[in-house]
Design a protein. Structure first.
Length: 164
């Protein structure tokens, strides 16, 4: 089964001071790679400016008949390495599985193959790693292309930090 991990993104609180924690490392990396210049200062200034408030659309649970998420269950508690399984009737025999925070920001994503032995619908399974600092609401989302367009199923979960 072929899987491509699209990203594992550490979750940071969305406040101006916390978002700026990585700026010294960013500036140092830019200097090391391309030499220090006024362009680095411009980028650092733009990044450290107050973050814009983006008004997003409130996420809603969605169950498309073409994609059925079997695990995890609605409103279940999931920790990092969450297993997502289900069935899908999609073109290309591939779905994208994502873990989102409560605002819809992607914490992890992977493309998973749909096993259609004789014909679709077939089964899919994926394990995703994500990072949160404390328990918080989130979403598991699976999407893929069908003959009728994009299919998307999304269910609410509670995200927990990985216990060491």
């Amino acid at each position: 089964m072929r899987r491509r991990i699209r990203g594992i993104i550490p979750h940071l609180p969305r406040t101006g001071t916390d978002r700026a924690r990585g700026l010294p490392a960013l500036a140092l990396a830019a200097c090391m790679l391309g030499g220090c210049s006024s362009a680095v200062d411009d980028v650092t200034t733009a990044i450290s400016a107050a973050p814009s408030t983006t008004v997003g659309v409130a996420l809603e649970p969605t169950q498309d008949p073409a994609i059925v998420i079997e695990t995890p269950l609605d409103d279940s508690q999931v920790a990092s390495r969450v297993s997502v399984t289900g069935t899908a009737d999609v073109i290309g025999r591939e779905v994208t599985v994502r873990v989102l925070d409560h605002e819809g920001a992607e914490l992890a994503a992977i493309d998973a193959d749909v096993d259609c032995r004789d014909a679709c619908p077939g089964t899919f399974g994926a394990e995703l790693f994500f990072f949160v600092e404390r328990p918080e609401p989130g979403w598991v989302e699976v999407s893929g292309e069908t003959a009728d367009g994009r299919a998307l199923s999304r269910l609410p979960v509670v995200l927990f930090p990985r216990v060491r």
